[in-house]
Design a protein around this ligand. Structure first.
Ligand code: AGP
Length: 598
């Protein structure tokens, strides 16, 4: 994905846009650029991070309107030429784009035949050339151009003729911000939240004209109103707050985020989870299929077990990109787990499910996201903004939210007695405090990272609810430290991966309650006898695992949520190994926060 920001107002547009780009950098950091509305247009762009653009651009400008972009490359190398914005030869039209234009090659051939000269290898560059050939005002030109585009796009365009930003959205998020004497455009609210929290989320097919004092939206040629909503977080929430990295801040924010996740959602007296999702939806389906990617997939794997346990319902979790559609659409509830609500693989799996007649639910962090708008029901995880590319607090909030939904399903299906529901809900309410107790051990985790962090490869093992946590622990380490790390079901080690185990491959074992720790102990013995160091995360009262492991971290007693607590140790371990190696923790190479291409 890429980040888009646009500004029209009374002030110098350049600093507003550069600030917005800094905030959006988590969406991509291969290159950055800005186009200022002058006549002809002024474009500054640079490969690399936004700081490189800041160095290359002037400190101020005369322009009061412009657009900016931070790029995660899909088509074309991360070079100056391929950086957005892209403009036509005469610098009359310029465009920033998030998404992929599938038919760009054919459009480019056509334009080159008519004499257009291209400067980049991107799919985007066809758009300004097409704009230059179209007729009318910018909004009419863009309307005509999008008719010719196939694929996904959030486009923000400026022309040399007027102070306005014109945008179009198809399968890629775009939001407009209503300011005082100024209006804004962003690929998400972070782009301009320091200026305004009043926003309207655009829908697929929308085209909007944003000037300093008006925002007009059309869909299919008709003028439409898009509700003005107020975002309930501010710029402080998206800043580092004294931590060295966003990731560390977000790891430490987990207790607060989780308090919001559970707040007013547990009635322990009645044994009810209080959620917006309707009882009928939960009661009437005999099967749940979770679709998700990456960390969200691990949360779904965790939830799958909870649904089977609490709601006595057959539940599967699949990588969204591997999903072929629901097995029995009428009987199946398809739950899309997605922090951003914009992951293309997850959206396409959910759309397939809906087309085939399944009821769909989104479990997401992002109000107004595509997943939230396109599904039948939405449950928000309420984690607050997450900027670090490596997901941390949102995983915890996803698991707890899904546990609440599993309790609600269990009650709606008469599968979970009120007394048992009360006890699960009491555990969920205690998760924030228990996470804080784990966080208090960060110094010991940092020491362990120093002891083992320089080894060659890392294996993570766990069973049952410990297995998704093993996968998540390994994903975190590989994402931010670039070390080879794999997660396995503990019992599978001896069926092959054990061949890789040596004294230089630490094994991190999740052995808390809810993970069949006794069985995992045998696997720990197997790796110990091959000389591998073992770091075990155990329940507070576990003796045997603790005796065998080289390093032991303990979690407070908390039933099925203990593996989630174990994950907090693994997050801190990954963070400190990556810090030791001086990795760019918030912006790992080749990755982006949300992946809006399939
Ligand atoms: C997690 O650390 C990753 N950044 C990644 O795996 C992420 O979880 C995945 O891309 C799914 O994103 P989503 O939750 O926004 O759909």
């Amino acid at each position: 994905m890429c980040g888009i920001v646009g500004y029209v107002g009374d002030d110098d547009a350049l600093p507003v846009i550069l600030d917005g780009l800094k905030r959006l950098e988590y969406r991509g950091y291969d290159s950055a650029g800005v186009c200022l509305r002058t006549d002809p247009l002024t474009v500054h762009k640079k490969a690399g991070e936004v700081d490189e653009l800041v160095e290359a651009a002037p400190e101020s400008s005369e322009a009061t309107c412009g657009v900016g972009h931070t790029r995660w490359s899909t088509h074309g190398e991360p070079t100056d030429e391929n950086a957005h914005p892209h403009a036509d030869e005469a610098r009359r039209y310029a465009v920033v784009h998030n998404g992929i234009i599938d038919n760009h090659a054919e459009l480019r051939d056509e334009l080159e035949d008519r004499g257009h000269v291209f400067e980049s290898d991107t799919d985007t560059e066809v758009v300004p050339h097409l704009l230059s050939e179209a007729e009318g005002e910018l909004v009419e030109r863009l309307g005509a151009v999008v008719e010719r585009l196939e694929g996904s796009y959030a486009l923000a365009c400026v022309s040399a003729d007027s102070d306005e930003v014109v945008v179009a959205r198809q399968d890629s998020p775009l939001v407009v911000g209503h300011g005082d004497d100024a209006n804004y455009v962003g690929s998400d609210v972070t782009a301009f939240v320091e200026h305004t929290r009043r926003v309207s989320y655009l829908h697929d097919g929308d085209i909007a004209r944003v000037t300093a004092d008006s925002i007009e939206v059309w869909n299919d040629g008709e003028s439409v109103d898009r509700a003005v909503e107020t975002v309930d977080w501010d710029v402080e929430a998206a800043e580092k707050g004294g931590y060295e990295h966003y990731m560390l801040k977000e790891i430490h924010e987990q207790p607060r985020a989780l308090r919001k996740t559970v707040s007013e959602r547990t009635d322990e007296v009645e044994g009810e989870a209080l959620l917006d999702v309707s009882d009928e939806v939960l009661a009437e389906h005999d099967r749940v299929e979770f679709v998700a990617c990456g960390t969200s997939y691990h949360a779904a794997l965790y939830a799958r077990r909870l649904f089977e346990e609490y709601a006595d319902i057959s539940a599967t979790a699949e990588y969204a990109s591997e999903y072929d559609g629901p097995h029995a659409p009428e009987e199946t509830l398809v739950v899309a787990v997605t922090q951003s609500g914009e992951t293309a693989d997850t959206l396409s799996a959910t759309r397939r499910a809906a087309r085939e007649g399944a009821t769909t639910v989104a479990v997401t962090n992002t109000v107004g996201s595509t997943a939230a708008r396109e599904t039948d029901e939405t449950v928000y995880i309420r984690a607050g903004p997450e900027i670090g590319v490596a997901a941390t607090k949102t995983f915890a909030s996803q698991v707890v939210t899904l546990a609440l939904v599993a309790v609600a399903a269990g009650r709606a299906r008469d599968a979970l007695p009120a007394s048992e529901a009360s006890s699960v809900l009491a555990d969920l309410r205690d998760v924030p405090g228990a996470v804080q107790r784990v966080l208090d051990n960060e110094d010991r985790v940092a020491e362990t990272a120093e002891e083992y962090g320089w080894d060659d490869a890392f294996f993570y093992v766990g069973r049952r609810l410990g297995y998704p946590v093993a996968l998540e622990g390994a994903l975190k380490l590989k994402e931010i430290s670039y070390d080879h790390a794999e997660g396995f079901p503990a019992g599978e080690l001896k069926h092959g991966p054990l061949a890789l185990v040596t004294p230089d491959t630490p094994v991190l074992a999740v052995m808390t309650d809810g993970t069949r720790p006794r069985e995992t102990l045998n696997n720990v013995k197997e790796v110990e006898s091959r000389g591998a160091p073992v770091v075990a995360v155990t329940s507070s009262d576990a003796d045997e695992g603790a005796r065998l492991a080289d390093t032991v971290f303990r979690v407070p007693s908390l039933g099925d949520m203990e593996p989630l607590l174990a994950n907090v140790y693994l997050q801190m371990f990954a963070y400190h190994v990556a810090r030791l190696k001086d990795r760019p923790i918030d912006k790992p190479r080749n990755l982006a926060k949300s992946v809006t291409v399939e």
